[in-house]
Design a protein around this ligand. Structure first.
Ligand code: FMN
Length: 170
């Protein structure tokens, strides 16, 4: 497990080839296995491979997401706030499971934050995604996780650069 955690880095450049259907199935199972507060399961996931949709999602916010346009797969991680007040936590755990599952399959991934970010036109990025994907009312959008076969390599972060002073033994 630690090896998996050490080697996971945010990968923003991908080979153009699709993610194999057998891998996609495992990614789907991984998000569904994420725990949720009171087991209310408010999470919803949209697996997007359509190039036009991905290009549109890439411009949901004004910066730091443009590279999503060239990802073979984007998973829009949503939560129904009418189902659980812990939708943000539940979505975050599912997104982390997704990224770790991707790493275990040799895939690269990166989180694109949507909640609390703005579109270039000044409206919330969430509204752009909601309209673009015609999401049901009440569904909130936390992030899009971009995935694909990596076209860039990154070293693991050195252990002594982890900021161990953030931990206290008391
Ligand atoms: C909540 C959250 C939001 C993030 N949003 C973005 C984003 O919008 N765009 C982006 O390129 N990376 C985003 N990232 C990736 C971080 O920049 C990245 O995890 C961080 O720089 C550490 O690098 P590493 O993942 O390679 O260890 C986000 C990560 C998290 C956890």
């Amino acid at each position: 497990m630690l090896d998996l955690l050490r080697n996971r880095r945010s990968i923003r450049r991908y080979e153009p080839r699709e993610v194999e259907p057998a891998f996609v199935e495992q990614l789907k199972e991984a998000v569904l296995r994420a725990p949720s507060s009171r087991n209310l399961r408010p999470t919803r996931f949209y697996f997007v491979t359509d190039r036009e949709r991905l290009a549109d999602l890439a411009h949901a916010k004004s910066a730091y997401g443009e590279w999503l346009a060239k990802a073979p797969l984007g998973v829009v991680v949503c939560g129904d706030e009418s189902v659980s007040d812990c939708w943000i936590e539940d979505c975050s755990i599912a997104a982390a499971f997704l990224q770790l599952m991707a790493s275990s399959l040799g895939l690269g991934s990166c989180w694109v934050q949507i909640r609390a970010r703005m579109h270039a036109d000044g409206r919330p990025a969430e509204d752009h995604v909601r309209e673009s994907l015609e999401l049901p009312d009440g569904l909130r959008v936390l992030c899009v996780v971009a995935l694909g076969h990596p076209a860039e390599r990154k070293d693991a972060i050195a252990a002594d650069a982890l900021g161990w002073d953030r931990i206290a033994d008391i």
